[in-house]
Design a protein around this ligand. Structure first.
Ligand SMILES: Nc1ncnc2c1ncn2[C@@H]1O[C@H](COP(=O)(O)OP(=O)(O)OP(=O)(O)O)[C@@H](O)[C@H]1O
Ligand SMILES: [Mg+2]
Length: 327
């Protein structure tokens, strides 16, 4: 593990279970969806940690649990050395501005009846006592920072394109100078031609403002350019975590190898030689995960130990973590 002073977010044994209830008059808990099941990792200051996995594997829940938007079921999360679960409501409210989240659906997260100016100003209205003229200047600066016309603050969300609306969301998320931003599939809903521009914006803002990102995506091709390190999630657990270079050059986990085999290669000769590793069956339900290794029902290299014992989360090489009996 690297020197602790380099770590901004520290996550240990994080779990988030959603109770499954049954009954008509009296609800009784009959099980739990293990959306996030014992994940541990660090996010270093100024880095982008990509989180990749299929739909339903627990990426958004991880992001929300880290920020305490949905309090974790168990485990420890420290952001800048502070444990949100030990804070009082007042302390947590004071802390909120330092960690923000940006969502996939740019339109749903913007109130259509409010002007862009008031949408971006809202966090400042709640958390600061800034004077109105100062606040308007700050809104205009933020609009400019995200590549929009600062004079458009009186316009409404429907007057902007999808990419521009995502820029508005970014401006609002940055209004209180956060250190850490969870970006939950912020480019998935955008046209491919716009995706690269928004990724560039995220990168420029990171450089200029010293931001740290947890960047969620459902496929590797979306995070491979922006991430310094990548965590591969499957059914509530992290299968592998390492630098982007290591992940592509020396993938250790069979699930990572199957995901990499799905990423197109720009070189046409290599692209023709690429063989996809297709997995059998469907992803099991997180309400009833397989015994042993959660990936065992689909793993091309499964052995009998995999269906009996869960593999430990291990640092295989320096800064290269994986959870598989055979690495
Ligand atoms: N509030 C909730 N109540 C019950 N179950 C939930 C809740 N939120 C998420 N889940 C379940 O937890 C699991 C993980 O969901 P999550 O949204 O974190 O997945 P995801 O990886 O973000 O998927 P996607 O790529 O589709 O966004 C899913 O099985 C989902 O149905
Ligand atoms: Mg999600």
């Amino acid at each position: 593990m690297k020197d602790d002073s380099q770590i901004l977010v520290r996550v240990r044994n994080l779990k988030k279970y959603f109770p499954i209830q049954e009954g008509w008059l009296i609800n009784r808990q009959v099980g739990a969806v293990k959306a996030v099941d014992d994940v541990s990792f660090d996010i270093r200051k100024g880095e982008t940690l990509g989180v990749v996995g299929e739909s339903g594997c627990g990426k958004s829940t991880t992001g929300r649990a880290i920020l305490h938007l949905d309090p974790p079921t168990a485990g420890e999360v420290l952001i800048d050395g502070k444990d949100l679960s030990r804070m009082t409501t007042v302390e947590r409210r004071k802390f909120r501005p330092r960690a923000q989240m940006i969502f996939q659906d740019s339109y749903a997260s913007l109130n259509p009846r409010h002007s862009v100016g008031s949408i971006i100003a809202e966090p400042m209205v709640i958390h600061t006592d800034m004077a109105p003229d100062k606040m308007r200047q700050r809104v205009m600066d933020l609009l400019e920072m995200v590549g929009l016309n600062p004079n458009h603050y009186q316009r409404f969300p429907h007057e902007f394109s999808g990419g521009q609306r995502q820029r508005i969301n970014i401006a609002r998320a940055l209004s209180l100078n956060p250190k850490f931003v969870v970006c939950d599939e912020p480019i998935s809903a955008l046209d491919v031609s716009i995706q690269a521009q928004v990724i560039n914006l995220f990168e420029d803002l990171q450089k200029d403002l010293g931001l740290t990102y947890l960047f969620i995506a459902h496929d590797l091709s979306m995070v491979q350019h922006i991430s310094d390190r990548v965590a591969i999630m499957y059914l509530g657990k992290i299968m592998e975590l390492t630098s982007r270079e290591n992940l592509f050059e020396n993938p250790l986990h069979p699930y990572t190898r199957s995901l990499i085999s799905a990423v197109p290669i720009p070189d046409p000769i290599k692209e023709r030689q690429r063989t996809r590793i297709l997995l059998k069956d469907e992803v099991p339900s997180p309400a009833d995960p397989p015994r042993g290794c959660v990936f065992s029902t689909r793993c091309p290299q499964v052995e009998s130990i995999c269906t009996r014992t869960a593999p430990p989360w291990k640092e295989i090489h320096s800064d290269h973590f994986a959870s598989c009996h055979f690495v």
